[in-house]
Ligand binder design. Structure first.
Ligand code: ZN
Ligand code: FE
Length: 287
């Protein structure tokens, strides 16, 4: 049943219901239509996400560095914002907050840790909190590492993770505030989600990350396959995001600290996974 839900992700809510009527009979309750997710490019390589629940019409934006393209799209769709959600306090994730808040009279939700460094936070979020868009739930996980206040939003039914600068396509965020150990634990948390989960990160860094990954795992055929696909997408000016967690588990070196080939390549066969992770992060910083 999970597969059917995914397949019809792109249908308008009405068609999904008709489809289920045909297959499962009236007596079975319909699954809810999933969140509509729109991706907006901003600045050089940022992605902003608009999340919309088609039943309640409630809408949220995640990590807007600027307001204008968000306002345009909201206008075009005839949606208005209920929430601005911030994964962390960096300017390229919050720069559009003020203007969007004034235009929509919406609420800003961010981690409690960032309450004092993101202006006008209305809702301070902790681990385990839930943001509702209609009946759709976004679960909040704390993922310190890139910054100490970093959080991610997980939409289980829509199989989507909005992970800001924690996990990237074939990469992860730099350690500006947290330790390698903290980041490794944050990534472990993400690794345990279902492999079908779509990874909606905040930057288009995939191709550069992949070139680095190839230096660590030159024999990884999934990595070569993914890179040739990524290069084609970039040449065509297309986004490489979302990926899936399955893609990342197979190709992202920061999620592969348990891989023997990678450990050997680094001369760290007997090291802990956290040491392997720290070494990869260090090498990437200089790449
Ligand atoms: Zn950042
Ligand atoms: Fe960023």
């Amino acid at each position: 049943m999970g597969m059917i839900i995914r397949k019809h992700n792109h249908y308008p809510a009405k068609d999904v219901k008709n489809y289920y009527t045909m297959i499962f009979n009236e007596s079975l309750s319909y699954p809810r239509p999933m969140l509509t997710i729109l991706q907006i490019s901003a600045l050089t390589d940022n992605y902003i996400y608009l999340l919309h629940d088609p039943e309640s019409k409630e809408t949220a934006v995640i990590d807007p560095p600027v307001a204008k393209p968000v306002l345009n799209l909201l206008n075009e769709q005839n949606w208005s914002l209920k929430y601005i959600l911030n994964t962390h306090h960096h300017w390229d994730h919050i720069g559009g907050n003020d203007e969007l808040k004034r235009a929509n009279r919406c609420q800003i939700a961010a981690s409690r840790y960032d309450q004092t460094r993101i202006p006008e936070v209305d809702i301070a979020l902790d681990e385990g909190d839930v943001i509702q868009l209609g009946d759709q739930q976004l679960n909040v996980f704390e993922t310190p590492g890139h910054t100490l206040g970093h959080i991610v939003f997980y939409a289980k039914e829509s199989q989507a993770l909005f992970c800001g600068d924690t996990l990237f396509g074939m990469g992860c965020g730099r350690l500006f505030e947290g330790s390698a150990e903290q980041m490794w634990h944050s990534l472990l948390r993400i690794k345990l989600l279902p492999a079908e989960t779509h990874i909606y990160c905040a930057h288009e860094y995939t191709e550069n990350n992949g070139r680095f990954a190839l230096t660590l795992e030159p024999q990884n055929s999934r990595l070569h396959q993914r890179m040739s696909q990524i290069r084609q997408q970039r040449v065509a000016g297309l986004s490489t995001i979302p990926s899936t967690l399955a893609d990342e588990l197979a190709t992202n070196p920061f999620l592969r600290t348990d891989c023997t080939e990678l450990q050997t390549q680094l001369g760290l066969q007997n090291a802990s996974e956290i040491e392997v992770f720290a070494k990869i992060r260090q090498l990437k910083d200089k790449f």
